[in-house]
Design a protein around this ligand. Structure first.
Ligand SMILES: CC(C)(COP(=O)(O)OP(=O)(O)OC[C@H]1O[C@@H](n2cnc3c(N)ncnc32)[C@H](O)[C@@H]1OP(=O)(O)O)[C@@H](O)C(=O)NCCC(=O)NCCS
Length: 307
C-alpha cells in the first residue's frame, strides 16, 4: 500500500479512457472485495460513460486512489443523477477525497443542460444515492459534510448479502437525496457548522434506539417517541469492528435500527441530520429525525406534479 499523500498532491478529473475505467474496476474490487459476478463489467462501464453518466476519479500521479460513478435516472418523473459508487482506497481515507469527489459530481451534474421541447433549459438539481445507515463515517460524510436528507429506508436493498466484505450484515440502505442548489447544501459546503444546535437538540431527547453501557442497542417506548417533534436513533461509531468481532451483536444493531427507522418514517418523520460521538469521543453517533415533510424542511425540493 502506498503512503497517503497530502491533499494537495491529489488531482480530481473525469475518467475518460478505457484504461481509466479499468483502474476504477480494480479499485472497486479492492474496496468492496467483490466476486466477479458483483463487479460492474467493463463493457457496461464504457456504455454508461458514452451514454452520459458521470465518472470522476482522484489521482495520485497516474494512480487512481478514489472514484465516483453516477448515472442519470428518473425519480417521480424528475431527472436526477443517481450516484451508484463512491470509493476511496483505504490508505487515502479521511483526507477529504470522498467529499471532493461528491463536489466534483455535483459540479458536473449542475453543468448538464437537458434539451426538451417544453423547457429549453432543464437542469439536474438533485442527486440520490444509498448508504448503510449503520456506517457512522458515511453518515457523517453524507449528512454533516454534504447535507443530504432522507425519507426512504430500503430493507436488504441488494438482497440479504453480496460477495462484498462490506455487505455481511444485510444490505439495508437509506435512500438519500442531495438537493444540489438548496440553501442547506450551499451552507454545508461552505463549512457552516450546525453541530452545536444538533448536540443541543439531541441532548433533549431520549433516543428511540440508544447505545447501552454494554454496547448493545436498547429500545425506548415507540408511542412516546412518535408523539414528539423529533426522534433520535443512535448507532455505534464503528460497526465494521463489531461485524468482525461479534456478528450477532452487529445483527442486533441492524434489527433494532431497521425497526426504529421504519417505524419513525411510517409515523411521518424524515431523517434530517447526523451527529457523531454525541456522548464523548468513544460514544455513539446519533441521527436526528424531524416530524413533517422534507419539502417543508428544504423548500427547494418541492416538486411540480407530473402532468
Ligand atoms: C465512504 C468513503 C468513500 C469516504 O471517503 P473519505 O475520503 O474517507 O471521506 P472524507 O475524508 O471526505 O470524509 C470522511 C469523514 O468521516 C470522518 N470519520 C472517519 N471515521 C468516522 C467514524 N467512525 N464516524 C464518523 N465519522 C468518521 C472523517 O473524520 C471525515 O470527516 P471530517 O472531514 O469532518 O473530519 C470511504 O470510506 C470508502 O471508500 N468506503 C468504502 C466504500 C463505501 O462505503 N462507499 C460509499 C457508499 S457507496
Amino acid at each position: 500500500m502506498p503512503e497517503a499523500k497530502p491533499k494537495s498532491a491529489i488531482t480530481i478529473r473525469d475518467l475518460n479512457s478505457f484504461e481509466d475505467l479499468q483502474k476504477a474496476e480494480a479499485l472497486e474490487r479492492e474496496v468492496w472485495g467483490l466476486a466477479d459476478l458483483d463487479v460492474l463489467p467493463p463493457t457496461m462501464a464504457v456504455a454508461t460513460k458514452e451514454a452520459g453518466s458521470i465518472w470522476v476519479g482522484a489521482f495520485d500521479s497516474a494512480e487512481l486512489v478514489g472514484f465516483a460513478f453516477g448515472f442519470l435516472g428518473l425519480e417521480c418523473g424528475q431527472l436526477i443523477l443517481h450516484s451508484h459508487m463512491l470509493a476511496v482506497r483505504d490508505s487515502y481515507r479521511d483526507l477529504d477525497l470522498g467529499y471532493k469527489l461528491k463536489l466534483a459530481q455535483r459540479e458536473r451534474a449542475l453543468a448538464l443542460r437537458i434539451h426538451d421541447a417544453r423547457s429549453k433549459d432543464a437542469r439536474i438539481t438533485e442527486m440520490t444515492w444509498t448508504f448503510d445507515p449503520l456506517q457512522s463515517k458515511n453518515a457523517h460524510l453524507n449528512f454533516s459534510k454534504l447535507g443530504v436528507v432522507s425519507d426512504k429506508y430500503k430493507v436488504n436493498f441488494y438482497g440479504p448479502e453480496t460477495s462484498s466484505v462490506l455487505h455481511r450484515n444485510g444490505t439495508d440502505r437509506l435512500w438519500v437525496t442531495w438537493p444540489l442548489e438548496s440553501r442547506r447544501v450551499r451552507d454545508r459546503i461552505q463549512g457552516k457548522e450546525n453541530r452545536l444546535e444538533l448536540v443541543d437538540a439531541l441532548s433533549r431527547l431520549t433516543p428511540l434506539i440508544r447505545f447501552n453501557g454494554d454496547g448493545k442497542p436498547a429500545t425506548s417506548d415507540l408511542s412516546t417517541a412518535v408523539a414528539r417533534q423529533r426522534i433520535a436513533i443512535e448507532i455505534p461509531s464503528d460497526i465494521g469492528f463489531i461485524e468482525q468481532k461479534d456478528p450477532a451483536l452487529a445483527r442486533e444493531w441492524r434489527e433494532a435500527t431497521r425497526w426504529a427507522f421504519m417505524e419513525a418514517l411510517q409515523a411521518g418523520f424524515f431523517v434530517a441530520d447526523f451527529c457523531r460521538t454525541v456522548r464523548g469521543k468513544q460514544g455513539p453517533g446519533a441521527y436526528l429525525l424531524e416530524k413533517g415533510t422534507i419539502e417543508e424542511y428544504v423548500p427547494e425540493m418541492a416538486r411540480n406534479p407530473v402532468s
